[in-house]
Each structure stands twice: as structure tokens, then as C-alpha cells.
Design a protein around this ligand. Structure first.
Ligand code: HEC
Length: 170
């Protein structure tokens, strides 16, 4: 009998400690997410600049180009278009946080100095960009006309931000 009692206790200890460590790991994960916002954890200026450039090029520009082609061909794949717009919106969320002090220059950045002067306006422009992209992601499911109008609205954001907040490439 003694044997079984001990086993029960041992099992309880094992269950208790795994619940506990799961809890601790979950909590640590939540704390890490809360502390960093977009994944900037531990990245120096080079990593931060490279990452924001890559997102602009590989998600935002790539998505926009694919959708521009759909509009041009007058053949809109609603599901694909909605996916591109949702991805762009996700990238736009909190994007202004990818421009901390110390990342004003170097590593082929074309970020303009006004970002660090009119930070609130820069942030608001990304919020608007995300809102327009999310609206377009919904519009994609509402027919070609609705999508085309929403697409044009999203596309206007690029120039609207770049002309103020990017320097011309040398
Ligand atoms: C609210 C501001 C803002 C909006 C909106 C915006 N961008 Fe950008 N974009 C930037 C900034 C700032 C940079 C410079 C980043 C750097 O070089 O560090 C940039 C850089 C880029 C780059 C260059 C990436 C590289 O490899 O250097 C491309 C391409 C780009 N954006 C495409 C787009 C397109 C397409 C859109 C619209 C669908 C768009 N952007 C909307 C601010 C914006």
C-alpha cells in the first residue's frame, strides 16, 4: 500500500511542477512580447534597419505589385488580394516603432530626418495605412469595383509618406 501512496504523491508532484513551469514559461513569453512590441528584441541598429527595409520591400512592395498586376489585368483573385492586404496591415501596425533613436543613418537606410521631428505624424500615417489596408482586405471580398477603389486608397499612402519621410537615394 505504501508503494502506491508514494507513487500518487510523486505523480502529483510531477503534475504540479509541470503546470508550474508551463505557467512560468507562458508568463515569460507574455512579458517578452509586452516589452518589445514588434520583434526588435536584442537587435542593434543594423538589424533594425535591415528588418524594416526588408518588410517594406518583401511584404509591402511585393504585395502592392502583385495586386497592381491584378487590377491592370482586370482579373482580381479576391482571396489572394485579401491576404496581401491583411499582411500589409499587419506590417503597418506599430511600424513607427522600428525607427528608434540610433537608427537615423547607416546600413543604406533612406529614412528621412523628419521621422525624429514629427514622430506623432509619422506614427499616425502608419495607423492610416493599416486602416486603409484592412478596409481593402474586406473590400476584396465585396467585388472588383470595391477592391479597386480601396486599392487606390492604399497605394496613395506610399507616396504620401515617402515624400516627407524618406530621403532620395544617392
Ligand atoms: C507612413 C510611412 C510609410 C508608408 C505609408 C509607406 N512607407 Fe515605404 N518606407 C517608409 C520609410 C520611412 C522607408 C525607409 C526605411 C529605411 O530605409 O530605413 C520606406 C522604405 C520603402 C522601400 C525601400 C526598402 C529598401 O529595401 O530599402 C520600399 C520599396 C517601400 N518603402 C515601399 C512602400 C510601398 C509600396 C508602400 C505603399 C503600399 C509604402 N512603402 C508605404 C515609410 C513608409
Amino acid at each position: 500500500m505504501q508503494y502506491f501512496k508514494n507513487t500518487g504523491a510523486a505523480i502529483r508532484v510531477v503534475i504540479f511542477s509541470s503546470v508550474l513551469s508551463f505557467g512560468v514559461i507562458t508568463m515569460m513569453g507574455a512579458m517578452m512580447v509586452a516589452a518589445t512590441g514588434p520583434a526588435l528584441a536584442g537587435a542593434g541598429p543594423e538589424g533594425i534597419i535591415k528588418q524594416r527595409k526588408a518588410l517594406m520591400k518583401d511584404v509591402v512592395l511585393k504585395g502592392l505589385k502583385a495586386m497592381k498586376q491584378m487590377v491592370k489585368d482586370d482579373f482580381i483573385d479576391a482571396e489572394e488580394a485579401a491576404k496581401h492586404m491583411a499582411k500589409i496591415a499587419e506590417v503597418a501596425d506599430g511600424f513607427a516603432k522600428r525607427f528608434p533613436k540610433g537608427t537615423e543613418s547607416g546600413f543604406k537606410t533612406t529614412a528621412g530626418p523628419k521621422i525624429w521631428v514629427d514622430g506623432l505624424d509619422f506614427e499616425a500615417k502608419f495607423t492610416r495605412f493599416a486602416v486603409d489596408a484592412r478596409a481593402a482586405s474586406i473590400a476584396a471580398t465585396q467585388g472588383d469595383g470595391a477592391f479597386k477603389a480601396a486599392f487606390l486608397k492604399v497605394a496613395k499612402n506610399c507616396k504620401g509618406c515617402h515624400e516627407t519621410y524618406r530621403i532620395k537615394k544617392k
